[in-house]
Design a protein around this ligand. Structure first.
Ligand code: KIV
Ligand code: ZN
Length: 524
């Protein structure tokens, strides 16, 4: 029998309805609450992403919840807007009122059906629960044609009783039957069995859409959702970034990309525009202040990053060696070859090419690679910005008459700061020791000893190349001589070394300027 759904009409057999509950199940988890403006922005993004149903909230929960469902129902065009309700009439009427302005609306009502929940949470006998199913769905149907009924803790419900409840809900007019794995306890086999049995044995099952709502307590939410699809479910309840109660819900991005990447194993259709996944994920992270973990599938910072030399080498030869989907297909701009201490020279050279350093000479490349390895030993991850800073430094040094070799500094609140500096000047080693008011002053004085000059220090600033306490410092030094000023830059994980490099860079620039008119001796 073809399903003729009140909001979706005749639905193709393999079409999966994407039901997003980021704003309800996701939002109700600790720390993830959003204000009205944030929920509206998120709902817009979900509509742009192509979800079919937005569960906008639980209207009876608070006046704020009611308002956000109501405002989303007014503002968001396209997806069906759903409001959640328990089985009591007050809940259902409040949900009906909240979704009323929506172009396409749904009431989603639920009651617990497992022995544990009925006995301890509801304190209701099974027969009373059955009556509540019929009453709640009938009342909801008086307000919307599209009614979803959920068996809370469905996966731990006794199968015969679950079948009786589902039958009652269908008879009362439910158009979607949702069987949640509320506590994330089921295995994919359990889920397959539950859905297959209900579809086979419940009268009227072929005229409704079955839906999966899987929690992730055992990390099985996505696998369970896919198992439900295999057993004939055609609605998926999920959230962006997998947020939700406790360990969260099945992550939308993971299910969608599993379907897209493995059509052989999951031959289903949906309307998600996958290139918008990343920006929706980032929007949620920005709104809630919770970033996904770096290794989160699809949207984590490392999801398309390849650090080991072997992987990077393979990627350079053919991306399919280590990537099963393209980063672009979910909205990443380009593959991020994160460089680390295991990265090889080939990957480093390729990274330089993508960063615009195609024609770096062999010497500069070797020096840069040596410094990169040194940096990678001190810093866990080396980002593009680190490499730009390091290579820029190296490119400059390549043409310098004065080159930084080493620096030791003694500083603190007691002793007078002292710096011992080694430089290479026109290829010859030189060293000097100097004191100063602080470690930077002592270092600059040591430079002045080795490279006497009249230039005045006009500016000294320090910034961070990336984030974190192991980030490289990027220093700028401005020197002025006879009305001409130059800026020098230096980067290093040690701020004083970065300052020395910047000073030396500026001095070399000044020398280059001077040399255009009158060559001068540099050594002390
Ligand atoms: O996990 C659950 O059982 C739920 C229902 C309210 C659908 O979120
Ligand atoms: Zn849930």
């Amino acid at each position: 029998m073809t399903i003729n759904h009140p909001n979706f009409g005749a639905i193709d057999a393999n079409r999966v309805i994407m039901f997003d509950t980021t704003l309800r199940d996701g939002e109700q988890s600790p720390g993830f609450s959003m204000n009205l403006a944030e929920k509206l922005r998120m709902a817009e993004a979900l509509a742009e992403l192509g979800v079919d149903v937005i569960e906008a909230g639980f209207p009876i929960a608070s006046p704020g919840d009611f308002e956000s469902v109501h405002e989303i129902a007014k503002a968001i065009k396209g997806p069906v807007i759903a409001g959640l309700a328990r089985s009591g009439s007050a809940d259902i009427l409040r949900a009906a009122e909240a979704v009323r302005p929506a172009e396409r609306k749904r009431i989603h009502t639920f009651i617990s059906t497992s022995p544990l929940h009925m006995k301890y949470k509801l304190r209701m006998e099974p027969e009373a629960v059955l009556e509540a199913v019929t009453a709640s769905v009938s009342l909801a149907r008086n307000h919307t044609d599209d009614v979803e009924w959920s068996a809370e803790d469905g996966s731990r419900t006794e199968p015969d009783f679950l079948a009786r409840c589902v039958e009652a809900a269908i008879r009362a007019g439910a158009t979607t039957i949702n069987i949640p794995d509320t506590v994330g306890y089921a295995t994919p086999e359990d889920i397959f069995t539950i859905f297959a049995a209900l579809r086979a044995r419940v009268p009227g099952a072929d005229g409704v859409i079955f839906s999966a709502h899987c929690h992730n307590d055992l990390g099985l939410a996505v696998a369970n959702t896919l198992a439900a699809l295999r057993a004939g479910a055609r609605q998926i309840e999920c959230t962006i970034n997998g947020i939700g109660e406790r360990a969260g819900n099945a992550a939308l991005e993971e299910i969608v990309m599993a379907i897209r990447t493995r059509p052989d194993a999951a031959p289903y259709k949906n309307a998600i525009e996958t290139q918008k996944i990343l920006r929706t994920s980032k929007l949620l992270a920005t709104i809630t202040g919770f970033d996904v973990q770096p290794n989160k599938a699809i949207v984590g910072r490392n999801a398309f990053a390849h650090e080991s030399g072997i992987h990077q080498d393979g990627m350079l030869k053919n991306a399919a060696t280590y990537e099963i989907m393209t980063p672009e297909s979910v909205g990443w701009q380009k593959t991020s070859l994160v460089m680390g201490k295991h990265s090889g020279r080939a990957a480093f050279r390729d990274k330089l090419r993508t960063l615009g350093y195609a024609d770096l000479g062999d010497n500069a490349l070797n020096d840069a690679f040596r410094r990169f390895k040194d940096l990678a030993d001190r810093k866990k991850l080396v980002f593009d910005e680190d490499i730009v800073a390091l290579v820029d430094d190296e490119v400059v040094r390549d043409h310098q008459r004065v080159r930084f070799v080493s620096l030791e500094v003694w500083a603190g609140s007691k002793a007078k700061p002292r710096a011992l500096l080694e430089l290479e000047i026109d290829g010859a080693p030189h060293s000097a020791e100097a004191h100063g008011d602080g470690p930077v002053d002592a270092t600059f004085n040591a430079i002045q000893t080795l490279v006497p000059h009249e230039a005045e220090l006009k500016l000294f600033s320090v910034g961070a190349v990336t984030e974190g306490t192991d980030a490289q410092a990027r220093c700028t030094v401005r020197l002025e001589e006879h009305g001409k000023s130059v800026d020098g830059q230096g980067a290093d994980t040690d701020t004083i070394v970065a300052a020395a490099r910047a000073y030396i860079h500026a001095l070399n620039k000044l020398t280059a300027k001077r040399n255009r008119t009158a060559p001068a001796a540099l050594t002390a």
